[in-house]
Ligand binder design. Sequence first.
Ligand code: NDP
Ligand code: 8X3
Length: 252
Amino acid sequence: MTKKTAFITGATSGIGQATARLFADHGIDLVITGRRQERLNAMKEELSTKVKVETLNFDVRDRAAVFAAITGLSEDWKSAINILVNNAGNAHGLASFQDADLDDFDAMIDINVKGLLYVSKAVLPFLMKNKQAHIVNIASIAGKQVYPNGNIYNASKFAVDAISQAMRIDLLNEGVKVTNIAPGLVETEFSLVRFKGNEEKANATYDGLEPLVAEDIADSIYYSISQPDHVQIADLLILPKAQASARDYKRN
Ligand code: NDP
Ligand code: 8X3
């Protein structure tokens, strides 16, 4: 069986962090990225007892920094990485199109869409050379259905969904599998970021219902990358029991 080595963006928190931990439990060597160096250091210290870990600190919006960090990896890493988990991303704001802040629109397009493209283009040459390669893009139910005030977050995740489909077609002859994962409500730092540190608003997102936890999505990512070589999980939509659509929740 080919040894698995994964590159995970946004591993300092939430879904990316839980995925890094689960992968390490399964012996998958890791390149983990984020902007919070102290968290990257802590993750490296925690996971290095199980697997090889490299950390890279860059803002996915910074195209030059993305390419400098990734092309600067050692040849050992470059010849080993066969899984890319494009997870880094967030919502910025929850306001009507007419009231929303243009800086928030920029952030979501630049991080969730352009950042994912930069990282993918930088990592892809290794994936195409290495065996049994796989890209997992973290989209969202927000990329399948629009909800009030979701506007450009929705647009950014619809873009991720389309990019997953496009990658799957274009990479068909390269032997690179592509999985799109679309979670519903997951309790992470996501809402704190969306509401710019307002804990009351962030907590209200999960009022009266049991959301998913990051580990639930890590499980589905691991499931996707641990299938036999001939099986390609194309798209997974994973919701809490208390959620039926991007706008239908059952709250107590
Ligand atoms: P968190 O806020 O907990 O984690 C986001 C991660 O992305 C962090 O590690 C953060 O690292 C990284 N990140 C954010 N902005 C940047 C940037 N500019 N450059 C580099 N890294 C960045 O949220 P989640 O774990 O919930 O989110 C992970 C993914 O899951 C996102 O793509 C999100 O859209 C998606 N998702 C989340 C859902 C939810 O309900 N939570 C549901 C559906 C999808 P750092 O700050 O250190 O840079
Ligand atoms: C995150 C889930 O419903 O808040 O993508 O957009 S939602």
